[in-house]
Design a protein around this ligand. Sequence first.
Ligand code: ATP
Ligand code: MG
Length: 409
Amino acid sequence: MAIIKVQKGTKDILPQEMPVWHFMEEKANEIFTKYGAKEIRTPIFEATELFARGVGDTTDIVNKEMYTFEKSERSLTLRPENTAGVVRSFIENGMHRLPAPVKLWYKGPMFRYERPQAGRQRQFHQVGVEVFGIKQPTADAEVILMAVNYLKALGLNDLTVELNSLGCPDCREEFKKHLKDVIRPYLPKLCEDCQTRFEKNPLRLLDCKSPECQEIYSKPEIQKVIQGDFICEECSNHFEELKGYLDTLGIKYERNKLLVRGLDYYNRTVFEIKSNNLGSQNAVCGGGRYDSLVKNLGGEDVPAIGFAMGMERLASLLGEKPEEKLKAFVISNNIQEAVKYTEELRSKGYTCEFDLANRKFVKQLEKASKVAKYAVILGEDELAANQVTVKNLETGKQETFNRNELILS
Ligand code: ATP
Ligand code: MG
């Protein structure tokens, strides 16, 4: 019979990869908890409307990448990101009544119908943080600090923080107008996507990956507009203050005026963290401020800022971690005693197995040497004397203990 294969753009995370995943998840809990963040888990699917309104219907995600299906005449979508879901939950559960800031973190699978390639899957995982209720740039600095320190805790160093300010909707309008004016003469030469972006979401023009478009955008008159400081005084003060905090914290960053981010809801601060050791999909973290999203989704006027990291990209930077061996493998021809003693060692906190297939002694020893650090032998002599023989399978050294006094290092 034909075998059924895993779907294109999806992957099993196999047992031998699990140590790295556990490491990423445990560190997330440890680090984000230190900053007072609480974990939240929202459903994998939500009303399609949530993403159309929350992510923005001019984005690639909503236009091209969503897994949408109908059930009982409802349009549902597998979450392509988790900010919209977390905001929905924040509103629905009245979290604006909690003392601000409300800091939440999450981890889990996301789904985007994209062309699979290295570092880009259709089901992938993100770990992220959202901080609600603070409009001051201290929150921006704290969120960037949480991202940087999480990556540091994972042992990842060769990273660059890129920073930009998109301004507020008012000053952004000014910028969009100038940008469109200067790009308009080149409009017929732009790629199809950019032709649409030009009208719908001109900021996203800067994000285009086509070399032809990028060549146009690098023309001096266009660069002059891009590199010019368009943001208003208030937005500019916010940005300067943020940079001051980052300097105080010793976080290095680079200003990247082309950084606009894919989602519609960002205002003021946006940032990305890029690895210098990944290929073209080198962004491990993307984030930004989204002060109008809670209100746009029907909540109170609550400012917020957050980030999301791609866990597959982190995993590929971390490489494989060795699988932990069992502490002990109990070897005996007396299956009753083997069951009992294995369970006793487990209750003492050791990882432990015995031979479920009840094979010959030599076979059991062979198995033990593959999977465990110690062989714990209950032979006839040992059983008679109420003792166990412990063989260190790495050094070959043997020692005898009283059965109830076994301690394994
Ligand atoms: P890009 O411009 O590369 O498509 P994006 O703006 O769509 O990125 P975000 O929505 O900001 O990405 O997601 C945050 C992070 O999640 C990214 O920096 C990346 O590490 C990861 N990520 C996004 N899409 C994928 C995917 N399809 N496969 C694996 N990881 C992804
Ligand atoms: Mg994308």
